[in-house]
Design a protein around this ligand. Structure first.
Ligand code: 5GP
Ligand code: SF4
Ligand code: MG
Length: 461
């Protein structure tokens, strides 16, 4: 998901909408904004893209105020229903609170069961709603103590923005699995929070810093302050943000996503060189690493697959049937580049293998004589429980097939994935050992840094 917040600016809701638009790649199912104008809260939410939900100027006019927060939804828990769309808003005796959450809690089901037993009436099926109830039932009197009380009970990945009449709050879980960035609005002196720096760029906000893992940043009339309620631990930022999820023009934890991706391509070319005539990215996700691969190998980079930009990301579509339809809608082969050529196809990941198979078939049908697949992530062998919608193990091609069997399923002449050393070299470390414990890479290694409470307790949220 993508989250955005603005504090202290006219047209706060419009700026949030722009920020959400820049973060559209983080979730395309639904979008919502809650604003506050010193008197009361206003909200608008809908299913679909930001541009669809907020396309009517009359809708923007219903979101007045100098503070607003927004959310782009990418469902990892809970169905695609309007009542699951964030920000979630609730009335409290202290005046109301809205929350927008990116990530996934690993004990939401367990907490929810306990809360329901105590009489809490849940309105949605999202994991995020447990924050709202934990805040509501907390015995502390002030909002900040209640929020701290709540975050100390949840486990999992959360980058959260909250809005009350008096303050905007941004926080990250102790391991900082998902990103959250702080920015400053030069025109009004107001503040901005966004999942990625590309959310700041679109409104001309200046990058201030990343919110730290385990940090709560409070922005109110008196300025900005930081609270650190957790003991410090080694953070574990999601390595897949660099590989695929974040937008390439974003800079996360001081590391440009674009350079990381391109460098993975360089490392891939060193590790898994192949004699070929063209390097072709699977757009858009494969483009930066294909460029790195081409530069390092000296094989020309060509746009052998053309992407139709008027469809969403196929992976995010809910059913297999639509996913299968989607890929044909999305990619087409550029015969001029492919016919009679030995092709290196570069993509970021293989999940189910269905997209890859179709693309390879399409490239061959366009006349490619050989197809070699190079993947800029290690094999995806495990599900993500921290906010990326990777399917269960039985559906992951790499969990059920060895390398040769995968190459056969996908229909390629050769197949190679980046090694862990190569990946971490691309991120600026000497290798996997040097980077060990700094990133989450559980979907590749199975080394889950945060306890999977619901899963292990056999509870379903
Ligand atoms: P597959 O060949 O497994 O069907 O599809 C792999 C493609 O799905 C890659 O091109 C990748 O860009 C795309 N993709 C989209 N969203 C995700 C995601 O959340 N996780 C992974 N691993 N791949 C994704
Ligand atoms: Fe990121 Fe994979 Fe860890 Fe999920 S399991 S947080 S996708 S590295
Ligand atoms: Mg892709």
């Amino acid at each position: 998901c993508g989250v955005v917040g603005i504090w202290g600016a006219d047209d706060a809701a419009a700026m949030v909408a722009l920020g959400l638009h820049a973060l559209q790649h983080r979730g395309q199912e639904a979008a919502g904004i809650v604003s506050h104008d010193t008197e009361r809260f206003y909200q608008h939410k809908g299913l679909g893209l930001v541009g669809e939900v907020f396309h009517d100027p009359r809708v923007m006019a219903t979101l007045p105020g100098q503070s607003a927060i927004g959310h782009n939804r990418y469902a990892t828990t809970g169905a695609t229903l309007l009542r699951n769309v964030q920000p979630l808003y609730a009335d409290f005796e202290f005046g109301g609170l809205a929350v927008a959450h990116n990530g996934n809690l690993t004990n939401a089901g367990t907490l929810r069961q306990a809360l329901v037993r105590r009489g809490c009436l849940f309105q949605s099926t999202t994991d995020t709603e447990v924050f709202v109830h934990l805040i509501a039932i907390s015995l502390y009197t002030n909002v900040m103590d209640r929020l701290i009380d709540a975050v100390k009970q949840v486990k999992g990945a959360y980058s959260l923005i909250a809005l009350t009449p008096e303050m905007m709050v941004g926080l990250r879980d102790p391991l900082g699995v998902r990103p959250l960035i702080l920015g400053r609005l030069p025109s009004s002196g107001g503040w901005m929070l966004a999942s990625e720096t590309c959310g700041l760029d679109i409104v001309g906000a200046e990058y201030v810093r990343d919110i730290e893992p385990g940090e709560i940043v409070v922005i109110d009339r008196d300025g900005i302050r930081s609270i650190k309620p957790f003991a410090e631990t080694q953070s574990r930022f999601c390595v897949f943000e660099y590989i695929y999820f974040a937008r390439p023009d974003s800079v996360l934890e001081s590391q440009p996503v674009y350079s990381a991706r391109k460098q993975i391509g360089v490392e891939l070319a060193r590790e898994s060189a192949v004699d070929a005539d063209v390097v072709v990215p699977v757009p858009d996700s494969g483009v930066p690493s294909a460029m790195g691969f081409a530069v390092e190998s000296g094989i020309p980079f060509e746009m052998g697959i053309i992407r139709n930009h008027y469809v969403g990301r196929t992976f995010i579509e809910p059913t297999d049937q639509i996913r299968n339809l989607g890929v044909r809608m999305k990619h087409s082969a550029n015969r001029t580049v492919l016919a009679g050529r030995r092709v290196v196809l570069v993509d970021d990941s293989i999940v189910r293998g269905t997209t890859s198979r179709k693309i390879v078939d399409m490239v061959r049908a366009a006349g490619a004589t050989e197809v070699h697949m190079r993947i800029s992530s290690p094999p995806t062998k495990h599900p993500c429980f921290y906010g990326i919608d990777t399917p269960e193990e039985s559906k992951l091609l790499a969990a059920t097939h060895d390398m040769a069997a995968m190459a056969e399923v996908i229909g390629v002449d050769s197949l190679a994935f980046i090694s862990f050393d190569g990946l971490y070299r691309a991120l600026g470390y000497e290798g996997r050992g040097a980077a060990r414990g700094r990133y989450c890479d559980a979907c590749f290694t199975g080394d889950y840094p945060i306890e999977l409470v619901d899963k292990e307790g056999h509870l379903v949220a």
